[in-house]
Design a protein around this ligand. Structure first.
Ligand code: ADP
Length: 362
């Protein structure tokens, strides 16, 4: 049993409102001795996870995010990043059972609301105890670890003021403090981070990634986040929103508001003619712009309040979503007259799960 415990695969799990994130550490420095002792079940699980990149209906391994040659508790290996929809949890548990997980009495580190919600299912179906950690603690731990391990983890957009020209560039985040952290998941949490173990949650909004996806599905009939983003890429929010120029005929000079600023999100949609001339793409784009700008605006007020100039955006809302990242970069820069900087991290949605894995003490 002791052997099993020490050889136990290292998992960190973040069971969120929409997506479950699983980070798996694959030791690469396995000695021949360990190889002999490694239970067959474990070997099979390791092979299954690392040889595939799709699992079940919604499971994916983000191979582009894999981190190699990482040291965790004196072991060297690779970190694998896997996600699936939280609504598929029962399938995940079934799969885990089929792979023999239930035979290994064990504990998995978990965070996110689902660590509470699904605790009984884990115990009953796969004989797993969940060691629960707070999602904001693990989020920060994960970010700090990734930043140290991966020199190109953090980036910003150069020429943020011109969205057509703005380009991704590496940012040196080795001296991170203090910073505002905006986690855009299903909902949004905003933290002020003063030091590695010193932060507070300063704000949040329920208008988050879940709102974007939900509204987009309602308005366009799309069925996935990827589809929603694709539609948004081809649409134009100006056909949906009421701009300053739609109201003023031009700029509102006195307060420096240019004509092409959005004065009212979806503000043209009460007009029947306008409504009948918008496309699904326009509606998707307007939804994305509305949600993104609202988050940007709240984040900016938090930065102002806390007198901080770095605003780090994470969460899966930013997955495959350069429109929002560029818009956030633009909004931070523009509305602060260049004093605020929007920063982004490559492992965007996985920090909670990663931080959780680091809590493993086997
Ligand atoms: P949570 O922990 O609340 O699930 P995440 O950080 O995982 O939060 O982000 C969830 C959000 O990410 C969704 O609301 C959606 O906007 C976006 N998203 C990105 N990829 C997907 C996907 N494949 N399926 C569903 N939502 C996705």
């Amino acid at each position: 049993l002791e052997l099993l415990r020490t050889a136990m695969p290292w998992f960190g799990m973040d069971i969120g409102g929409t997506l479950t994130k699983l980070v798996y550490f694959e030791p690469k420095d396995i000695t021949p001795d360990e190889q002999d002792q490694e239970a067959e079940i474990l070997r099979n699980i390791r092979r299954y996870l690392t040889k595939n990149s799709a699992y079940g209906k919604t499971g994916h391994r983000d191979t582009h995010l894999q981190m190699d040659n990482v040291e965790i508790r004196k072991r060297r290996g690779s970190l694998h990043f896997i996600r699936f929809q939280t609504t598929d949890m029962s399938n995940f548990l079934l799969l885990a059972k089929q792979k023999g997980m239930a035979e290994l009495v064990t504990t998995v580190c978990a965070t996110g609301g689902g660590a509470f919600k699904f605790e009984n299912e884990f115990r009953q179906q796969v004989n797993m105890k969940l060691a629960k950690f707070d999602e904001l603690d693990t989020l920060i731990k994960g970010i700090l670890f990734a930043e140290v391990q991966n020199p190109t983890e953090c980036y910003f957009y150069e020429n943020a003021r011109d969205i057509m020209k703005s380009e991704k560039r590496a940012f040196d985040f080795s001296k991170p403090y203090p910073f505002i952290l905006v986690n855009v998941g299903s909902g949004v949490s905003i933290l002020a981070v003063y030091g590695p173990d010193n932060y507070k949650r300063v704000s949040g909004t329920s208008l988050g990634g879940g709102t974007f996806l939900g509204l987009c599905c309602l308005l366009t009939g799309c069925n996935s986040f990827e589809e929603a983003i694709q539609l948004a890429t081809k649409g134009d929010n100006r056909k949906v929103d009421k701009l300053v120029r739609d109201i003023y005929g031009g700029d509102y000079d006195r307060f420096g508001l240019t004509g092409d600023l959005v004065a009212s999100s979806f503000g043209q949609m009460h007009i029947k003619d306008k409504r009948s001339s918008v496309s699904r793409e326009d509606l998707a784009n307007a939804t994305l712009v509305t949600i993104t700008n609202n988050i940007g605006s709240i984040a900016r007020m938090c930065a102002l309040n806390e007198k901080m100039d770095k605003v780090v955006f994470v969460g899966n809302f930013l997955r495959v979503n350069p429109i929002s990242m560029k818009l956030l970069a633009y909004a931070m820069e523009f509305w602060s007259n260049g004093t605020l900087k929007a920063l982004f991290l490559e492992h965007e949605g996985y920090f909670g799960a990663l931080g959780c894995l680091l809590q493993f003490n086997g």
